[in-house]
Design a protein around this ligand. Structure first.
Ligand code: FMN
Length: 506
């Protein structure tokens, strides 16, 4: 700020601070001599003068208030409503993060079953860094596309092999991060759409089970729902849960993209009595999960733990992580081969992934983005000769069919989305998932906020979203000339020169 502006601000605040004292006097006089009603002003200005005196002389936590008095409150006010103003009035349709208005509107349209064709041409600037899908001169006849079918557990010949028949699934989000109505809407929607839903690391999946959809039980690092008192795996609890008909797969969470190297975090504001019971934790403290499973301290113990969970659960079992060091991943794969224990699936989560709550530096500065990590994981598994035995799930902003096709071209077999499904429920990206104050009732436990989230209505939106995604996915797939999603390779996407090396390696 230049010095003349600083001077203006000082002068203005001095005038304002003196002005309210003068106005207090004037209202007091007018109340005495003209009409009693002026004393409403007297009271208001008296309160303002008292508060102003406190802010200027008796507090030290807000420098601006101490230096300039009540006028500084306007700055705090403008700052607090800034995001809303920017979102609704000032940001362009392609500007906001993590999802811009165009992207969100597309999910809303798909969820409401509204025609999502647009006019006149793309609104995106050409981004040479971004991969684009290559189409063919000879698109596949849509009737001849092979049915989407990914069998998880087939490589081990499991009786419990699970077939995924749609390209997208609901990624892990715990009851705790999400409210009851949200979990039930998503679970009922998953059932309607015929897709599995991941429970997240929130413990015993009481509300998920109510809706009778297929579930992937997530075994987080704190093992909520299946832990003993010391936080280690309780085999019996896991076996009991895995025996439930709806539980189809188990995902061991090693890490997630928004906070790799750090365990889950549930702020105490969001811990109800019920959540504390389902997780087995106190209600009055933030719940911090350990950064890693207590059983897993190196490649050897991690694979031993995988083998144990596969044995105890008897279900297709895999692991989720965000890639950090690829040398560590290769070492892990080699250890898997040594122990003859392969995961039935691996979920690669991109550093751009979402979360209910995480430190900003973890979200911003750690974790490989999905489109960098996926080809690396695919390549290492291929070089180690085990790619065919392991199904690859991928997550990280895969909310549109185009992104899903690109992920599959880079090695994924099935896409996962978390925030896409929150948008399908009407998420307005208020960025308050960590505060229990979500205005659309999605990531909150407040009954008055959840009231507007009608489970029957919202579950249909979830199913509509999946139907529309799948329909458009098939259209794009046909345009590439491929006969099936499983035959997509990096040849089906175009990279800028900067990224050609990734393409060439696959
Ligand atoms: C509200 C919320 C809660 C989440 N909770 C979990 C969780 O319990 N376990 C987990 O592995 N990932 C969790 N995630 C991450 C997602 O499962 C997913 O990996 C990530 O958001 C990337 O997908 P997206 O970009 O489609 O959201 C959560 C994400 C959100 C937005």
């Amino acid at each position: 700020m230049n010095s003349s502006l600083a001077l203006d601000l000082e002068k203005t605040s001095r005038t304002a601070n003196g002005g309210i004292v003068v106005l207090l006097g004037l209202f007091a006089l007018a109340g005495n001599f003209i009409s009693f009603y002026f004393h409403f002003g007297t009271v208001a200005f008296l309160l303002l003068v008292l508060l102003n005196t406190y802010w200027r002389h008796f507090q030290s936590s807000h420098t601006l208030l101490a230096n300039f008095g009540f006028l500084a409150q306007f700055r705090y006010l403008a700052e607090s409503v800034g995001p809303e103003f920017r979102q609704y009035l000032f940001s362009s349709d392609t500007e906001e993060r993590p999802f811009n208005r165009n992207e969100r509107a597309e999910v809303y349209r798909k969820s409401k079953g509204i025609d999502s064709s647009s006019a006149f041409g793309t609104l995106l600037s050409y981004d040479p860094e971004e991969a684009k899908i290559r189409h063919s001169f000879y698109p596949t006849d849509k009737q001849r596309l092979e049915k989407f079918d990914v069998a998880v557990g087939a490589a081990r010949g499991l009786e419990t092999t699970y077939h995924i028949n749609r390209p997208i699934m609901i990624s892990a989000m715990s009851y705790g991060a999400l409210g009851e109505n949200t979990v039930r809407s998503l679970a009922r929607g998953a059932k309607l759409a015929g897709i599995p839903m991941n429970t997240g690391e929130g413990g015993y999946p009481k509300y998920h089970l109510m809706e009778n959809c297929d579930l992937i039980f997530q075994l987080g690092t704190a093992k909520f729902g299946v832990r003993n008192e010391e936080g280690y795996l309780d085999d019996q609890k896991l076996a009991d849960l895995a025996a439930k008909d709806q539980i189809k797969m188990i995902e061991i969470k090693l890490s997630q993209g928004a906070k790799p190297g750090k365990g889950g975090l549930l702020p105490k504001e969001k811990i109800t009595k019920e959540i504390a019971e389902l997780r087995g934790v106190p209600q009055d403290k933030d719940v911090l999960s350990p950064a890693h499973h207590l059983e897993c301290v190196d490649a050897k113990t991690t694979v031993e733990f995988l083998a144990r969970v596969q044995k105890v659960g008897g279900l297709p079992t895999g692991m989720k992580f965000c890639l950090g060091r690829d040398d560590e991943f290769r070492e892990l794969v080699q250890e898997m081969k040594r122990q003859k224990t392969l995961p039935d699936f691996i979920t690669v989560d991109g550093g751009e992934g979402g979360t209910g709550a995480a430190p900003k530096s973890f979200m911003d500065d750690l974790g490989m983005p999905l489109f960098e990590a996926l080809p690396l994981v695919h390549q290492i598994l291929s070089e180690e000769g085990v790619r065919a035995q392991i199904v690859l799930f991928a997550s990280g902003k895969l909310i549109s069919p185009g992104k899903q096709i690109k992920a599959m071209s880079l090695g994924a077999d099935v896409a996962y989305s978390a925030r896409g499904f929150l948008l399908s429920l009407g998420c307005i990206q208020a960025l308050q998932c960590n505060k229990n104050s979500c205005p659309v009732g999605i990531t909150t436990h407040e009954p008055h906020l959840q009231k507007g989230l009608n489970i029957e209505d919202k579950s249909k939106r979830v199913a509509n979203y999946v139907d529309a995604l799948h329909h458009e996915f098939d259209e794009l797939l046909a345009a590439t000339g491929a006969a099936s999603a499983s035959s997509l390779t990096t040849k089906n996407i175009y990279f800028s020169n900067a990224n050609q090396s990734v393409a060439a390696n696959n």
